[in-house]
Design a protein. Sequence first.
Length: 446
Amino acid sequence: MFMTGNDCSPMHTPGSDTTAGDGLPVLLPRSQHSISRQHINEHTLKVLYRLRRSGFQAFLVGGGVRDLLLGRQPKDFDVGTDATPEQVRQLFRNCFLVGRRFRLAHVRYADNYVVEVATFRRQPKPEELPENPEEHFFFAENVYGTPQEDAFRRDFTINALFYNIDDFSVIDYVGGLEDLAARRLRVIGDPATRFAEDPVRMLRALEFAARLGFSLDEATREAIYRAAPLIAEAAPARIREELLELFRHQVGGAVLRQAQAMGLLPHLLAGYEGDDETFALLEQLDGRTASGIPIQEPFVLAALFLSRFRQLCCPPQEATVSDALRTANLLLNSICGYFRIAQGSRAAARELLTGFFRLSGGRGRRGEGRFLRHPVWSQAMQLLQLWVAATGEGQELLAAWQEMGGAASPASPAAPGRPGTAGRRRRRPRRRKKPAAQTEKRPSDS
Ligand code: ATP
Ligand code: MG
């Protein structure tokens, strides 16, 4: 494990002020931390070394350093440098510049591995900002700076640590090492200001705290309570991506539960409010993802609305399938419209809910044979399984359906794809009668 604060080499200034207010970073030499080059992806190492040999600074930055120091497997490795994107492009034949909002260099390798290289940024001074306030965010994303300035524009202290390929030291400008040791998530700078700059950081704070099992620093927590409504101003496309990220990391249930407790959820999800059963269901869904089943957006959507859907149209004795369809549509439409979710996902979520409705009606109903052959059956069974595990309700119902072949094993989900198409027997196309005039026409006539 790394050593922090006062354990550092005396040539540097760890101090008790974890914000490094004196301007000097805490430097952890190679002998005092656990990051080895063996843990770093080979392509990333090549990029770091080539940048360095070309006279630029080259650091491993962001989540990669954080995760390696925690002994976790990083999801990916990002590189920070003082080379501009254009200079990076000139150094690597396999480099492409990407990002309209945040200009980045992607160095691509044959095995599809991409090393993301970002030029050090800084917060612009107020007098540098364009006149139109709407352009501020975009402008601020692309002002280049020093490594220290780059550390301070990042979101959380534990996400702002640098690993220097030159001497293998870890550089900490912001008190991230102390926070890692204390397992604490802390915003860099004044949380209220940083959340106002980019409200998505509130969601990221909950995400990282849940993923790493860290506590939220008190000032960060209080600022989320106060700034929660601001998240409604963030671009829905970004929120949607961050939400899916939560479920990919198997913390969707825990984070949304906390988001509700902190007053963030309705602003995040266009007025949505969850109940206990929903959060328990989402936690079960996270468990399913942890067992190796990739997350699918329709499944998340169906799980978000299942509890409400059940209240409105189960038990099915009092409702028809068209009632169920209408209710599913009603529940899904506003959120799908807000996030511009494609019709295919919307329809798949609706089918899952109506599949659940048909399962709730029990065995022996009309059309059971057809339903059992329908690909949604297996997915709806998985939803029912998760619901039973989350609430303890419906065990007998589940057992009765499982007698039909137990196809709802979570390890064998129905193939994702367009709803109602996979696995269905193809009908032979009906032969069309040719119109009389054409049947008489010979090729030579044309
Ligand atoms: P992981 O990749 O494991 O999800 P990460 O920390 O690498 O975690 P990314 O979303 O890949 O997260 O972002 C990389 C880095 O960019 C972060 O570690 C952080 O330093 C910085 N960053 C990302 N989003 C923001 C933001 N909204 N505001 C400030 N800095 C950010
Ligand atoms: Mg990352």
